[in-house]
Design a protein around this ligand. Structure first.
Ligand SMILES: Cc1ncc(C[n+]2csc(CCOP(=O)(O)OP(=O)(O)O)c2C)c(N)n1
Ligand SMILES: [Mg+2]
Length: 645
C-alpha cells in the first residue's frame, strides 16, 4: 500500500511538471520527469524545512542548480505546503507569476537561489556551506544542517563548478550533498560529443565523497545514498544515472525532452504509459494528505528545535566607525585600495558579520584582515577567506554566503578580472544581494603591467548592470563614505573601483553629499558666471582640481564635480541635479581613465569626454596617464577645443 501511494506521489510530481510546461507551451519537462523519485525521497526523508516558516535559520538549503528544471521545484513546493497554489502552477512562466521560467529567490518562498545560468547554483551552495560552518562558530545552535543541490551535465561542464568544487574539497565541506543528474543528454544531444570525462575520478581528485547510483527510479537506494553522504567527512556527489523524459514513449532519453513542451499527443501517451488517469492539475486528495503527513512531521521537528525562534544576528554598526577613521588618523596621501583596506580592518574590529578575501591577491587588493585568522577546514571562525585564483567561483560563493544569512561577504581582485566573474556579479544584482566587490588597479595608472592588466571597458560595463552600485571614490574620505552607503543598502551589491596609486586626501566641505553620488568638490567663483564644469571620478578628480587652478588663472571660472557613484546620482531629485549640473551650463568636460561611451549623458552634446577608447600600454603609470591625455595641459586644451565648437 505504502509503495503504491509513494509511486502515485512521484507521478503527481511528474505530471504537475509535465502539465505546467504543456500549459505554458514553454519550459523543460525532461529533467523533472526523471528526477521525480529523487525529489520525492529527498523532501520526504531528508530535507529539514518548515513551509510555515520558510526562512527558519536552521533549515536545510536546497538549490536547483539546473534551474531549467524549475517545474520540479515548483511542484515540490506546492505539494509540501509552501505558499504556491495550484493556480500559481497554472501560471508557470507567465507575466508577474510566482513561478517564473527559472527559479528566482526574490519571488518565490522556498527558492533559495536564483538559478538558470549553469554552474552558478552549484557554486552558491558552496558559499552557503561555508556560511553554515561559519555561523556555527558564532552560535553552536546554528548552521547544523546540509546544503543539497541538483546539478546537471551542463553545470558540470561549466568551468566555475571545477573552481568551486576544488575549494569545497579543500575546505572539506561535508555539509554539501549534491546529486548529479547524469542523464548524458544536453541540448545538442548525447554528451559523448563534448563531455566524456570521468566525473567520479574528477570529483575524487577534488577530495569529494562520490557515490554512484545506477537507477534513478529506485528511490530507496537514492535515500540510502543520501543517508550515507550525511555521514561523510567530505562533500558528497551522488552520481545518479537517469533517463531524461522518463515515461514519455517517444522523447524518453533524448534531447527532445529537454527544453520544450512534450505536445498534447505525447502528454496523452505518457499518461497512458505511466497509467496516470487524472486530468491536468488534478491531484487526488490522498496525495495531498500523504504530503501533509510528511510536512506535519517536519513541523514537529521544527517545534522541537532550539532554533525555532531565533533569527540571525544583524549588522549593527555604531556610527562611530566612520568618525574614528576620519578624526583619528587622516592620511595626507593614500591609495583608495589602501583606504579600503583600512576600512575593512576597522569594520572587522566592530563586527564579525563582514568577511571575505580575494582571488589570491590579498596583498594587492588590501583585503586581508590583520587581526584575524584564515578560514580553513578545521576552523571557520576567521575573517579571511582564501578563494584561490578563482574569480568566478569567488563571486558565486559570495552570493551563496549573502543568500545564507546576514553575512556581508567581500571579494577582491583587479578590476580587469571583474570580467571573469561578470555573470555572478549580475546575479548578485538580480538576486538583491549585499555583496561587496573590491576591484583595485582601476586604470592604466597601474602602469608597467601593461594592457593585459589595464582596465578600459570594465568600469563602464559594470555601470551597465542594473541594481549594482559602482563606486569610484576619489580619495580616502570618499572611500569611507562610499563604504558607509554600501553597508546601508541591503538589497544592492557594490563594486568599489579603487586605485593602485597614491592619491591626495582632498579638502571636502560637503562630506554628507558624497553619498548623493555626485557633489561639488570645488565651487566656481560665485560672483561670476560658470565657464566650465569638470566632471570626474576616482583618481582623476585630484587632477581636475589641479587643472581648475590653472584654468582659474586663465580666468576660466571652473566648477569641479566629483561623481563617485552614477547610480546614486541618477536617483537624486531634479533640484539636486540642477544644483550640481545646471542645465544652462553646456561647457562640460568629463575626465575618467576608461571608456568614454556613456559620459555624454552628463556632458551633453556640446561637452567633451576625456577617456580611453583603445588599450593601454606598458609604461610607468604617470607617463602612460600623460600620454593618454590625463594631464592639466590636455584638460586646458580641451577647454579651448570646447570653445571652438
Ligand atoms: C551558462 C549557461 N549556458 C547555457 C545555458 C543554456 N542551457 C540551458 S540547459 C543547457 C544544457 C542542458 O543539459 P543539462 O544541463 O544536462 O540538462 P538536461 O537537459 O539534462 O536537463 C544549456 C546549454 C545556460 N542555461 N547557462
Ligand atoms: Mg543532461
Amino acid at each position: 500500500m505504502n509503495k503504491e501511494i509513494e509511486k502515485k506521489c512521484i507521478d503527481a510530481i511528474r505530471f504537475l511538471s509535465i502539465d505546467m510546461v504543456q500549459k505554458a507551451n514553454s519550459g523543460h519537462p525532461g529533467a523533472p520527469m526523471s528526477l521525480a523519485p529523487l525529489a520525492f525521497t529527498l523532501w520526504k526523508d531528508h530535507l529539514v524545512f518548515n513551509p510555515e516558516n520558510p526562512d527558519w535559520v536552521n533549515r536545510d538549503r536546497f538549490i536547483l542548480s539546473a534551474g531549467h528544471a524549475s517545474a520540479l521545484l515548483y511542484s515540490m513546493l506546492h505539494l509540501t505546503g509552501y505558499n504556491l497554489t495550484i493556480n500559481d502552477l497554472k501560471e508557470f512562466r507567465q507575466f508577474g507569476s510566482k513561478t517564473p521560467g527559472h527559479p528566482e529567490n526574490t519571488i518565490t518562498d522556498g527558492v533559495e537561489a536564483t538559478t538558470g545560468p549553469l554552474g552558478q547554483g552549484f557554486s552558491n551552495g558552496i558559499g552557503m556551506a561555508i556560511a553554515a560552518k561559519k555561523i556555527n562558530t558564532h552560535d553552536k545552535r546554528l548552521g547544523n544542517h546540509n546544503i543539497y543541490s541538483i546539478v546537471s551535465d551542463g553545470d558540470l561542464m561549466e568551468g566555475i563548478t571545477s573552481e568551486a568544487a576544488s575549494l569545497a574539497g579543500t575546505l572539506k565541506l561535508n555539509n554539501i550533498i549534491y546529486i548529479y543528474d547524469s542523464n548524458k543528454i544536453s541540448i545538442e544531444g548525447s554528451t559523448d560529443k563534448a563531455f566524456t570525462e570521468n566525473v567520479k575520478l574528477r570529483f575524487e581528485s577534488y577530495d569529494w565523497n562520490v557515490i554512484n547510483i545506477e537507477n534513478s527510479e529506485d528511490y530507496e537506494i537514492i535515500s540510502d545514498a543520501i543517508s550515507n553522504a550525511k555521514n561523510s567527512d567530505k562533500p558528497s556527489l551522488l552520481i545518479l544515472k537517469s533517463k531524461i523524459g522518463f515515461g514519455s514513449p517517444n522523447k524518453y532519453n533524448s534531447e527532445k525532452a529537454h527544453g520544450e513542451a512534450l505536445g498534447e499527443n505525447e502528454v496523452d501517451l505518457t499518461r497512458k504509459k505511466l497509467k496516470w488517469q487524472y486530468a491536468p492539475f488534478d491531484i487526488p486528495e490522498e496525495i495531498y494528505s500523504y504530503f501533509s503527513k510528511i510536512v506535519s512531521e517536519k513541523i514537529k521537528f521544527y517545534n522541537s528545535s532550539d532554533t525555532k525562534n531565533i533569527s540571525y544576528p544583524e549588522l549593527n554598526l555604531d556610527e562611530d566607525w566612520i568618525k574614528n577613521l576620519i578624526d583619528e588618523d587622516l592620511p595626507e596621501n593614500i591609495s583608495t585600495r589602501d583606504a579600503s583596506g583600512k576600512i575593512i580592518n576597522n569594520l572587522a574590529s566592530q563586527t564579525n558579520l563582514i568577511f571575505g578575501g580575494s582571488a589570491d591577491l590579498a596583498g594587492s587588493t588590501k583585503t586581508f584582515i590583520d587581526n584575524s585568522n584564515s578560514i580553513n577546514y578545521q576552523d571557520f571562525s576567521g575573517l579571511n577567506m582564501h578563494y584561490g585564483v578563482r574569480e568566478h567561483a569567488m563571486a558565486a560563493v559570495n552570493n551563496g554566503i549573502a543568500l545564507y544569512s546576514n553575512f556581508i561577504p567581500y571579494g577582491g581582485t583587479f578590476l580587469i578580472f571583474s570580467d571573469y566573474m561578470r555573470n555572478s556579479i549580475r546575479l548578485s544584482a538580480l538576486s538583491k544581494l549585499q555583496v561587496l566587490y573590491i576591484l583595485t588597479h582601476d586604470s592604466i595608472a597601474l602602469g608597467e603591467d601593461g594592457p593585459t592588466h589595464q582596465p578600459i571597458s570594465q568600469l563602464m560595463s559594470l555601470r551597465l548592470i542594473p541594481n549594482l552600485n559602482v563606486y569610484r571614490p576619489a580619495d580616502y574620505l570618499e572611500t569611507i563614505i562610499c563604504y558607509k552607503k554600501s553597508l546601508t543598502t541591503p538589497d544592492t551589491p557594490s563594486a568599489f573601483v579603487l586605485s593602485r596609486q597614491t592619491l591626495p586626501t582632498l579638502k571636502i566641505d560637503d562630506l554628507k553629499n558624497i553619498e548623493k553620488g555626485a557633489y561639488i568638490i570645488k565651487r566656481e567663483n560665485n560672483n561670476l558666471k560658470i565657464d566650465l564644469i569638470l566632471i570626474s571620478t576616482g583618481s582623476e578628480v585630484s587632477l581636475c582640481l589641479e587643472a581648475s587652478k590653472k584654468l582659474q588663472e586663465m580666468n576660466v571660472n571652473t566648477r569641479v564635480v566629483s561623481m563617485p557613484c552614477w547610480e546614486l546620482y541618477d536617483k537624486q531629485s531634479k533640484e539636486y541635479k540642477e544644483s550640481i549640473l545646471p542645465k544652462d551650463i553646456n561647457n562640460r568636460i568629463s575626465v575618467e581613465a576608461g571608456t568614454s561611451i556613456g559620459w555624454s549623458q552628463y556632458v551633453g552634446d556640446s561637452g567633451i569626454s576625456i577617456g580611453i577608447n583603445d588599450f593601454g600600454e606598458s609604461a610607468p603609470g604617470k607617463i602612460i596617464m600623460e600620454k593618454k591625455g590625463f594631464s592639466v595641459e590636455n584638460i586646458c586644451n580641451t577647454y579651448k577645443k570646447l570653445l571652438e565648437r
